[in-house]
Design a protein around this ligand. Structure first.
Ligand SMILES: Cc1cc2nc3c(=O)[nH]c(=O)nc-3n(C[C@H](O)[C@H](O)[C@H](O)COP(=O)(O)OP(=O)(O)OC[C@H]3O[C@@H](n4cnc5c(N)ncnc54)[C@H](O)[C@@H]3O)c2cc1C
Length: 458
């Protein structure tokens, strides 16, 4: 038997569902071990949120150089990829320093199973007196008809590791990951083909978001195949020959790389998990209550492995809830409003909470705002509210910088503010956040700068 130690808390996984749990548990005075088999920071820091947003930052600069007659210069795709990785490295090192600061014991090993409140790894056994947290995240999904080789057919990890943007790429899946990579790579000079089985990109978001994404991608020359699926993919002289099938027949596309972006599979296959009383649903996600507790009161789960939406900011919040409960507090997560963001240009944000009341919505173009003119980029806000109370139930914001207002939008929706209350919030001028303010004023009947008011009963 190798290493064997006892801590108050043992966490498996060092991503957004794991490392904040370690920090918060340590702040509560508990001794903490965190087991990570690969890189601290998880998918988000190393291959997801951070490097993709770095790529998009560079992509937008590349677009600006083309867009503005007064701009000069060019963007080198190979250097951009290297820089995006270095940004991710910096964030990962920061996570390591944070854990060190809080006295967390980081164990670089792979957990293979659980046994009650103990975690079995390849090299040891670590027990948590107060409990164990499973924050093992998720893996990129594969498609059976596209042979994955990690070289020509790759996932987000392979893409972030490339030396330079491919000359041509076919991206399978137009969820936010596929759309963001399409936008970034096309801006950096790749010839991009995007395939989606549904009839629009971003099918989980409202139609306005799909239309905007389509417009943005097509303006970059991305060939978007909607209602299409990949029926075959073969390697031929270093190229991938892909057969697509749509309503009108088949088409063959030859590309340097194929990126699979069709969702994620949860990492819930630790031995002994089910036997310990942990319930796992048919898709492989671990079921918990609002305290993040699984069917076994000593085992908690957070982040992607706990289920959708698979987003880092959702994982962060769950991580803190789990740590608070394991420390003896009573923390519960209910009626959670989670912003969804697509970081292309213009950015797309949606916040939403379900309602049983009849609702109405206003849709406002915000191209006439002073900031929109400065940025050379307008957009749209769609605001939906309950007719009887005026409570805001959904905000769709499509404008550059919308991601920075997503927290405010979530606060409005989560706290049940009415359009009248929210319209009193002062927004700085000239900013794109005024788009939200204008929409609130239009909804409450008194537009300030914008006159094109279109009301729609739902
Ligand atoms: C391309 C891409 C872009 C994204 N962009 C965004 C974004 O902009 N914003 C956003 O909110 N979300 C984004 N996401 C989603 C985000 O990355 C995830 O929601 C988030 O990483 C989930 O955190 P997690 O800790 O649950 O899982 P992960 O980040 O997957 O972390 C799990 C960790 O556990 C480790 N692990 C797994 N099994 C074991 C084991 N048996 N033993 C030891 N260690 C183990 C893994 O190595 C990993 O480090 C993006 C995802 C992708 C793929």
């Amino acid at each position: 038997m190798g290493d064997s130690r006892v801590f108050d808390v043992v966490i498996v996984g060092g991503g957004p569902g794991g490392y904040p749990t370690a920090v918060r548990a340590s702040q509560h005075g508990l001794s903490v071990a965190l087991i990570e088999r690969h890189k601290l920071g998880g998918e988000c820091t190393n291959y997801g949120c951070v490097p993709t947003k770095a790529l998009l930052r560079a992509a937008k600069l590349a677009r600006d150089l083309v867009r503005y007659a007064w701009a000069r210069g060019s963007v080198d795709g190979a250097s951009v990829l290297e820089w995006a990785r270095s940004v991710a490295d910096g964030v990962r090192l920061g996570v390591g320093r944070l854990l060190e600061h809080y006295g967390v014991t980081v164990i670089s090993d792979e957990a293979t199973g659980v046994d009650g409140n103990c975690v079995i790894t390849r090299g040891g056994r670590y027990c948590g007196r107060r409990g164990v947290i499973i924050a093992t995240g998720s893996e990129p999904r594969r498609l059976s008809n596209i042979p994955f080789d990690g070289v020509n057919v790759i996932d987000n990890r392979g893409l972030i590791s490339l030396e330079k943007p491919p000359e041509s790429i076919l991206i399978v899946g137009a969820g936010y990951v596929g759309v963001e990579f399409s936008y970034a790579l096309a801006s950096l000079g790749s010839n991009v083909h995007l395939v989606e089985i549904m009839d629009r990109p971003l099918p989980a978001l409202p139609r306005e978001a799909s239309l905007q994404a389509l417009r943005a991608l097509r303006s970059l020359g991305v060939r978007v195949f909607l209602s299409h699926k990949v029926v075959n993919a073969e390697l031929n002289k270093g190229k991938v020959v892909v057969t697509l099938e749509g309503r009108k027949g088949r088409e063959i596309v030859e590309v340097e790389k194929v990126l699979i972006a069709v969702g994620r599979t949860p990492n819930s296959n630790l031995k002994g998990l089910r036997e310990s009383g942990v319930k796992i649903d048919t898709r492989g996600f671990i079921e918990t209550d609002c305290h993040m507790r699984t069917g076994n009161p000593m085992i908690y789960a957070t982040g992607d492995v706990r289920g959708p939406p698979l987003l880092a900011h959702k994982a962060f919040v769950e991580a803190l809830i789990a740590a608070d409960n394991i420390a003896g507090y009573d923390a519960c997560l209910k009626d959670f409003v989670i912003p969804e963001v697509v970081y292309i240009r213009p950015e797309i944000v949606r916040v939403y909470r379900p309602t049983n009341c009849e609702s109405a919505s206003v849709r406002v173009r915000v191209d006439a705002l002073a900031r929109a003119r400065i940025e050379g980029e307008g957009g749209l806000v769609k605001l939906t509210y309950e007719k009887s109370t005026g409570r805001i139930v959904e905000l769709l914001m499509i404008f550059e910088g919308a991601s920075e207002v997503a927290g405010e939008a979530a606060a409005l929706v989560a706290n049940g503010l009415t359009i009248y209350e929210a319209a009193k919030i002062v927004h700085p001028h000239p900013t794109m956040s005024e788009a939200l303010w204008e929409a609130l004023h239009i909804a409450s009947g008194s537009p300030v700068h914008l006159v094109d008011v279109r009301r729609r009963a739902q």
